[in-house]
Design a protein around this ligand. Structure first.
Ligand SMILES: *Cc1c(COP(=O)(O)O)cnc(C)c1O
Length: 452
């Protein structure tokens, strides 16, 4: 299988190259050059365990990795999850389920993609006999998940920049208490935007980038989207047959990456009825799906911080399909968006996509209500998914983080503080972080001295 750019001005690549490249040189995002049809495989996949199913799915795309190697990489990626089902589907009421995606090492759904990406990177280092230095900026979950994907792996080092004092104490501990000597938690004086801006300049230095074989952690990597298709498939196969055709996945969303994965799976022949795009008060996607206008707004910090995003970077992949797979149209729309901060789309298929928006007051109310009605504790991101569910469909709410990551919000909503053994263990370990000024020179020098 080969992978093409949404902007159509760069050659198609094989899987491993597309994963290593990340953002396409023409500024576009990679997509499979054709969508496989899995409708004939669903019977055979019935009851398969998570890692086997993931291998069956990925082998269709990762055709340049030998099958036994791929099977091993996939198995390793899900070996550090603590629930035997990997992504357990819990029934809460008639026609209502939660799909728990937080049993991986950092207790958030990003582990599904970043554990696999870490294994793919490590495999590339080994086969090419090259080292790789991974660099990213984070406001929380992504950095921690990326670190735990590469922790202790030979031939790799990872540098994660975050705003000092502005990520939650538990998130900081997940990054800074690893004890691994290939992990560098870099606390920047300034905001997330300052960290991001410094990082951009470091990447813009082509000479430095090539010499150190720098690779970016971001949400647009092809492997992340494909890895995320698998939990939708796994959940669909675990629903009673009578409910499968009427399922609506409800997805707490920031960058659109998670919803996009489900929607792509639907296009690959899995009969999913619909998707609910659930945003917090940073509602660019809610506005898009209800009014047809995509317009950037100000980011306002919320109780669901991993969804505090106003430009949905994965949206371009969806755009490619909605513009009839025409890269020239994609380029025109993206150029208009860049120039004016907005663009309009024809009406979406309301039967497939619906949207909701949940502000902070409602998040607290929903956490209390779901606890009262179902005895279930939802984290603030998951809580956004419980708003205005469609009563005519079987709802599967994706639970994207463990409530134990947000003890303060949960305590004030239900009076009980959730805990998790892996977070408790972190509290007694020393924090090792490197405080730096957010200037490109300082960051370059720091990386240069520690890169592999
Ligand atoms: C990253 C994240 C999200 C948003 O995911 P997208 O792929 O950006 O839509 C939601 N919940 C949690 C807990 C996250 O970490």
């Amino acid at each position: 299988m080969r992978f093409i750019s949404t902007r159509g001005e760069t050659p198609a690549l094989g899987f491993s190259e597309a994963v290593a490249t990340g953002l396409a040189p023409d500024g576009g995002l990679y997509l499979p050059e054709r969508m496989p049809d899995f409708s004939g495989d669903l019977r055979r996949w019935e009851g398969m365990d998570y890692a086997s199913l993931c291998f069956e799915f990925m082998r269709v795309f990762a055709t340049d990795i030998p099958e036994d190697t791929l099977r091993r990489l996939v198995a390793a990626s899900y070996s550090r999850f603590t629930d035997p089902a990997i992504a357990p589907l819990r029934p809460l009421a008639q026609g209502l389920y939660v799909l728990e995606l937080w049993h991986g090492p950092t207790l958030a759904f990003k582990d599904f993609a970043l554990q696999l990406l870490g294994n793919l990177y490590a495999h590339q280092c080994a086969t090419r006999r090259e080292s790789i230095n991974v660099l990213g900026a984070t406001s929380g979950d992504t950095g921690a998940a990326a670190i735990h994907g590469l922790i202790g792996r030979p031939g790799t080092a990872i540098f994660i920049l975050y705003p000092d004092g502005r990520v939650s104490p538990l998130q900081e501990r997940q990054m800074a208490c690893t004890g691994a000597d290939n992990v560098f938690a870099v606390a920047i004086d300034g905001t997330f935007d300052d960290a991001q801006a410094a990082l951009k300049e470091v990447f813009a230095d082509q000479g430095f980038r090539t010499r150190l074989r720098l690779s970016a952690v971001n949400s647009i990597n092809l492997a992340r989207v494909l890895a995320q298709c698998v939990y939708y498939l796994h959940a669909w196969l675990r629903l009673p047959e009578t409910e499968r055709g009427n399922v609506e996945f409800v997805v707490p969303t920031g960058n659109f990456g998670n919803v996009l994965a489900g929607w792509m799976l639907q296009r690959m022949g899995v009969p999913i009825r619909g998707f609910r795009v659930a945003t917090n008060q940073n509602d660019i996607l809610y506005r898009l799906f209800t009014t047809g206008e995509y317009r950037v707004g100000e980011v306002r910090p919320s109780l669901a911080p991993s969804m505090d995003i106003q430009v949905a970077s994965n949206f371009e992949r969806f755009l490619y399909f909605s513009e009839g797979r025409d890269p020239a149209r994609v380029r025109a729309v993206m150029a208009e968006f860049k120039r004016t901060g907005a663009c309009r789309f024809p009406r979406f298929d309301r039967d497939i996509f619906s949207a909701s928006r949940t502000d902070d007051r409602e998040i607290a109310e929903i956490i209390a209500r779901v606890h009262r009605q179902h005895g279930y504790v939802a984290d603030p991101h998951t809580a956004c998914g419980f708003k205005d569910l469609n009563p005519d469909r079987v709802n599967v709410v994706l639970s994207t983080a463990s409530p134990a990551k947000f003890p303060d919000t949960i305590r004030s909503a239900i009076g009980v503080e959730p805990t998790h053994p892996s977070l408790e263990a972190l509290k007694s370990r020393p924090i090792v972080k490197h405080r730096l000024h957010a200037t490109p020179d300082t960051i370059r020098a720091f990386i240069d001295a520690r890169a592999v």
